[in-house]
Design a binder for this molecule. Structure first.
Ligand code: SF4
Length: 416
């Protein structure tokens, strides 16, 4: 078999992760852009070498599911030919750059971040001193445009802002604003921060949040020679990617992917509609795919694809991981339970995730807190209120219709 299997780790194409339905092969697509031709190819690979199912991850990556040890080598050869197989030398951090999904085409953006992102990726790939970064080390680069990724978590975030006519990036470390850099200096500033991180950290598993706790953001900023600035993040709107809207010269159709899971046929339909409109697909971290096209995409052609067409759809209020049997750590059918509970969830919270149905305490689908989280354990669920899946449960042992009753009671209490 090509590559090494690592259990419980960020899967990649070279290092897939074992799960309940086979191997998970994660593909990082630079800038999250998928041409119709590539989408067709991925759908074919999902069927040919996996179980035909694909996941859209919360870092806007695509995962092929159900790959077997027998099919892995042939899949990797196909991915290599497509330029989608990473090398062992390239650090995982170079694949963990989450960017605004409309980057490069959004007239509302403060700056076109694409050149800065490409420069950062180059540095990460080719600077040997950075290869010691932890595999899960991650970046956000937000262009300040229509769909902001600034809410997402990362070790280092660069948020484009403008002041007296000049664009710059506000820099945050593990979510804490710490300084700024000029719009054309992102890669250089990132390099200085990364070197400061590597010099100051105490062990190789340490992430930025750990270092911030131990030595303070100020110490890291000083070591990285960052220009200090007051906290200017301000209020950020929650992204609303679903529906039809215009972005400059482009027609955009945002489609929700229930629980981030789609099958090969749905991906092919998306590719066909994008192709007809002379467009591409763009991946987002919000369980949604955007079609950006020269002509208005025909949503009616996707009517039978199992996708979500409005932000008000009950499924948009619920996060659920694969659970059982797709994940070996799960013991409950999370997707089925989440679909049944979805109609009640939005009453708990107006926007964003109101209910999280997690297969276990790891909470893969929604690492943050939710008003209600059901956490699978030994075939039943524990209940966490206003917390994440790993937080302390306030009640235990729910299953079947009990879940609906509990949720209805919580909704009634919230309304009272
Ligand atoms: S949270 Fe879900 S997907 Fe993650 S390990 Fe647990 S059961 Fe598996």
């Amino acid at each position: 078999m090509s590559g090494t299997l690592r259990k419980g780790w960020c899967p990649s194409a070279l290092h897939p992760m074992a799960s309940g339905d086979g191997l998970i092969v994660r593909l990082s697509l630079d800038d999250g852009i998928v041409t119709p031709a590539l989408a067709h190819r991925l759908a074919h690979l999902a069927r040919q070498y996996g179980n035909g199912l694909l996941d859209l991850s919360s870092r806007a990556n695509v995962q092929l599911r159900g790959v077997t040890e027998t099919t892995l080598s042939a899949l990797q050869a196909e991915l290599r030919a497509l330029g989608l197989l990473e090398t062992d030398e390239a650090p995982a951090a170079a694949r963990n750059i989450l960017i605004s999904p409309l980057a490069g085409i959004d007239p509302q953006a403060v700056v076109d971040i694409c050149p800065s992102v490409h420069a950062l990726r180059e540095r990460l790939q080719h600077d040997d001193t950075l290869h010691q970064l932890p595999d899960k080390f991650s970046f956000i680069v937000d262009d300040g445009g229509a769909l902001s990724v600034a809410w997402e978590k990362a070790d280092i975030s660069f948020l484009a802002r403008v002041s007296t006519g000049s664009a710059y990036f506000l820099v945050s470390l593990a979510g804490q604003p710490v300084g700024r850099c000029a719009a054309d200096e992102l890669a250089g500033a990132a390099l200085r921060i990364l070197r400061a991180f590597l010099q100051l950290r105490r062990d190789t598993d340490q992430r930025m949040a750990d270092l911030v706790r131990h030595v303070s953001v100020e110490a890291i900023a000083e070591r990285a020679a960052l220009t200090r600035t007051p906290n200017e993040i301000g209020d950020l709107p929650l992204p609303q990617p679903i529906g039809a809207f215009r972005v400059g010269a482009y027609h955009v159709l945002g489609l929700g992917i229930p629980f981030g899971r789609l099958d090969a046929a749905a991906l092919e339909h998306l590719a066909d509609v994008a192709e007809t409109g002379r467009g591409t697909l763009r991946l987002t971290p919000w369980r949604a795919i955007l079609i950006t096209a020269a002509e208005a995409p025909d949503a009616a052609k996707l009517a039978d694809s199992g996708l979500i067409f409005t932000e008000g759809d009950p499924l948009r209020a619920v996060a659920a991981c694969p659970g059982a049997p797709g994940c070996a750590s799960g013991s409950t059918p999370t997707h089925d339970d989440a679909r049944r509970l979805a109609p009640f969830a939005r009453q708990l919270k107006e926007q964003g995730i109101a209910l999280h149905v997690s297969g276990c305490a790891k909470g893969c689908a929604h690492p943050s807190a939710a008003p209600v989280t059901f956490v699978g354990r030994d075939g039943r669920y524990d209940l966490v209120r206003d917390g994440a899946a790993g937080d302390t449960a306030i009640a235990t042992g729910f299953e079947g219709d009990q879940l609906t009753l509990v949720l209805q009671q919580l909704v009634a209490k919230a309304d009272a």
